[in-house]
Design a protein around this ligand. Structure first.
Ligand code: SAH
Ligand code: SF4
Ligand code: F3S
Length: 449
């Protein structure tokens, strides 16, 4: 590697889950502290960080095509950017990246990116740098204060996973479960609100496994943390994702009936409807125990919107077992969902199981599942017609005078009027499409369409 001038501008491209988005923001804040600023829209950056995802094969392979594209663009422009690979592919395949992609200067894992500035100094001197250590809490302690963001902000409260579902790389790429300390989270939440956040989304691979000690030294779970955050003036909404059915406790469920700022939405992946498949997946719950958890949420918050994740074509999945997944979808009637074809991941137990399912079978199952999920999503949107609710304005719409925001149930709502990003606008949900709703704003005596 040749030495290069210190970068003045950067761009972070984040793939995968919201935790990567959060990490991407934090890397940006670290660089900004060093005077390295985001590259203006449409301009090449001196430093490009590919913040990668390893969850499925397609996501993981993307990093190599992206590197190729950057090198090509650099040749055309006569100037190569410094390339850093961060995120879960960096953690899982750091060495391979360094071997396969000589254009990459930095490989930094998701728990080590607080050391990015020193790694950058090394890269500028022409030396390649790799860091895939896992000192999770040290990372958070070493990060600068939060910068101004949009009205909805992410806050990582928990990282890692001890569940070891047999298909999943997360326990390997993100390490063991750790909870960030209560006081750090309260302080960061205050900072986010001071920076303009109206909504905070608490993040974790198993967010409801978060545990800590509150300011009085009492053991508390996510419910207790949410109750404390709800006391922050200026914070209007709290959400959290992603939960595991087995980590739900009474207090978190109760909070849904008691804390007004906690939005009526729960993302609770089930993955499959067949107990035999759930067992082979090592999910450690059954379809029935999952449904019982859902019932408890519905008992305290009848209007709660549910979403989930599903995998079709897990090794050995029969047609009948796949139909069990369709049954659970019909039973829960999800408001939104994410569904995936099973992707064998290197090093995971499921990758070497017998009965790998043919791609055409997976395609066909995914199509049927998605049709069913879309049906329920549309039905949920239609059942919202006539409701009055607040919408948090997130951006300007496509049409003049149009705004886009989120309902309490995380639906996209568009509406007209004189508003600003970050406003909470009261609307009546008037029309429903498959993916969004139209809201009417009461403005004096008239309803603006
Ligand atoms: N911790 C969360 C989500 C982790 S990853 C949970 O337990 O639910 C997000 C989703 O990706 C998972 O819920 C699962 O549906 C999907 N996923 C994970 N590994 C996968 C694989 N090997 N193939 C296909 N989908 C996968
Ligand atoms: Fe992966 Fe399972 Fe952990 Fe979720 S709970 S991150 S699916 S191992
Ligand atoms: Fe992907 Fe890592 Fe998130 S594998 S889904 S970026 S935890």
């Amino acid at each position: 590697m040749k030495p290069s001038a210190p970068p003045q501008t950067y761009r972070v491209k984040s793939f995968g889950c919201q935790m990567n988005v959060y990490d991407g923001e934090r890397m940006g804040e670290l660089l900004a502290e060093r005077g390295i600023m985001p590259a203006p829209e449409g301009e090449d950056a001196d430093l490009v960080i590919l913040n990668t995802c390893h969850i499925r094969e397609k996501a993981a392979e993307k990093v190599y095509s992206d590197i190729g594209r950057l090198v090509f663009a650099g040749k055309q422009a006569g100037k190569q950017p410094l390339i850093a690979v961060a995120g879960c592919v960096a953690q899982a395949e750091g060495e391979e990246i360094m071997q396969r992609a000589p254009a990459v200067s930095i490989v930094v894992g998701p728990q080590a990116y607080h050391r990015l500035p020193e790694m950058l100094d090394k890269a500028v001197r022409g030396k390649r740098a790799t860091d895939t250590d896992m000192p999770a809490i040290a990372k958070f302690d070493a990060l600068p204060a939060r910068a101004k963001r949009g009205p909805s902000a992410f806050l990582t409260v928990q990282e890692g996973c001890d569940k070891f579902c047999t298909y999943c790389v997360v326990p390997y790429t993100r390490g063991a479960e750790i909870s960030r300390p209560f006081s750090h989270l309260v302080a960061e939440a205050h900072k986010l609100v001071e920076a303009g956040a109206k909504e905070i989304m608490l993040l974790g691979q198993n967010v409801n496994a978060w545990a800590g000690e509150d300011d009085k030294g009492r053991r508390t779970g996510l419910g207790g943390l949410i109750r404390t955050l709800a006391q922050i003036d200026g914070l209007a909404r709290i959400r959290y994702t992603t939960s595991h059915p087995n980590d739900m406790d009474d207090d978190l469920i109760a909070a849904h009936g008691e804390v007004e700022k906690l939005m009526p939405y729960l993302h609770l992946p089930v993955q499959a409807g067949s107990d035999r498949i759930l067992k082979a997946m090592n999910r450690q719950h059954t379809a029935e125990s999952y449904l019982r958890v859902i019932q408890r949420f519905r008992a305290v918050r009848p209007d709660i919107a549910l979403s989930g994740d599903f995998i079709v074509g897990f090794p050995g999945e029969t047609e009948g077992e796949f139909e069990d997944t369709l049954s659970i979808v019909d039973e829960v009637r999800y408001a939104a969902c994410f569904s995936f074809k099973y992707s064998p991941r290197p090093g995971t137990p499921a990758a070497s199981m017998d009965g790998q399912i043919a791609p055409q079978v997976m395609d066909e199952r995914l199509k049927r599942l998605q049709a069913r999920l879309a049906h329920h999503q549309y039905a949920f949107n239609q059942s919202s017609i006539g409701k009055r609710c607040e919408v948090l304005v997130e951006r300007i719409g496509r049409h003049p005078g149009q705004w886009l925001g989120k309902s309490p149930w995380l639906q996209s709502v568009h509406f007209q009027g004189d508003h600003a990003i970050g406003d909470l606008v009261e609307v009546t949900l008037a029309e429903a499409g498959p993916n969004s709703l139209k809201g009417l704003v009461r403005n004096g005596a008239t309803l603006l369409a």
